[in-house]
Design a protein around this ligand. Sequence first.
Ligand code: NAP
Ligand code: HSE
Length: 466
Amino acid sequence: MSTRGAERKIRIGLLGCGVVGAGVVWAVAQSERRVARRRGVQLEVVRIAVRDVDRPRPQHVDPLLLTSNWRDVVTAPDVDVVVEAMGGLSPAEEAITLALRSGKHVVTANKQLIAARGEVLSELAMSIGRSLLFDAAVGAAIPVLHVLDSYYGANHIIALRGIVNGTSNYILTQMDRDGLSFAEALREAQAAGYAEADPTADVEGWDALAKLQVLTRTAFGLSVPADGVARSGISSVQREDLALAAELGWKLKHVVEVTVQNGLVRARVGPALVAPSDLLFGIDGVHNGLVVSSDLAGDLLFAGAGAGAEPTASAIVEDVLKAVEQVGGTTRAAAAESGSSCGTARPTGTGSAQGVKFAEPTARGVVVTLPTSGNNLFGGRAGAELLYHRLAAQPGLLVEQVQPIATTHAEAAWVVTGELVPTVVQQVAQALWRVPATSYPVYGTALPLDGAAAFCEPVRLPSGLS
Ligand code: NAP
Ligand code: HSE
């Protein structure tokens, strides 16, 4: 059935019809009239590859379109754009490569593949004048890669910091707000379609790391190897940590962060405490938020739904329209010829890791805790003084003060301020008291503390004494 107002058809070959793929079928059906009216094109899903054609599908998916052979989809003459929504590295990479070589534009939501092989695939796409777009791979509905690629021309980007894994944010929010266990909250995230096929990717920080790699390449033109990033997930977060955060009036979030300065990349993926003054404080549930810091614009927050069928499909369908418009014009081929990274097609940058050093980002505030063990040997002012002296003796740490926190949720807890590397603070506390310690960087104003907890006086010794 032709759509009134449409001048030409864009035929989509879909790889995968799970959460995202079925969402794409739905989004195409929902938006076809307005797309025809506004863009003069008729979108149509003409073929769908799945693993198991007999598996039950949502009602809006036409079973006659299904095949178990992805090669047939990516080489079909009646397909203009291939949408890859299978996930994983293989056969997704082979499928995208063959699709591009067969003259198709490609849109994908696959951050794992783009993080690992994005440069190679983008170069291939450029070399043959096809589009490879992946806005859905980071932040789902939030067009943050598009903004990083096309908006920041005059500004110098200094840092990126954000919540980019919807599953982790959903789990932490549900544990904190509704008192759910980690396992219960994860089950809810899976049922809602937020989690990866293997949720280890979400809860151990791998998914967020892949997104950070894609963001870094887009914003800074730099490829960061996975082992250049300090990474941890939320699987080791304890109820006590959330309770302590709540007691302070803060929130515990899973945060990614990267700064690039003078050939030094400081990148981190892991839990952090977020104070109410921070832009990320209100990012709850499945929402994602990314703070882009640049010299002229300052801090801009981009936020919205970070996972789920419709938000992800939204980004994919917008990319499908972009892919065809872009190459239908001149930008892609012209960009390839001039070697420039042009427009929203977003080649992934040419910087490599060569000559670049990697380190953990420093923090202005770190909370370090020792677990509850039933005795009271560590806390109070004496503990703070000990910690202050040990930290002050560390090369590279500029400690301002150590403030003990009176809390029922840990044996001892301190807020340390200065120019700090969070894991070094943790290691020092661990070595001092010979028990496992936890450390969380604090974003937003770390001091003065205005939470409900009672605080002792901070320890701030004259520098000559340390
Ligand atoms: P999913 O629900 O597990 O769906 C994967 C689909 O791919 C299934 O339909 C599966 O077929 C199909 N598939 C897997 N291997 C295949 C093969 N060899 N040949 C043909 N079909 C194959 O996964 P999803 O949540 O939709 O995620 C898909 C991609 O989108 C991933 O890269 C993910 O990281 C990304 N993403 C997901 C979200 C989200 O909120 N879920 C958001 C942004 C990005 P069967 O149905 O027959 O098993
Ligand atoms: N599993 C991912 C998440 C999907 O929870 O953020 C969106 O990329």
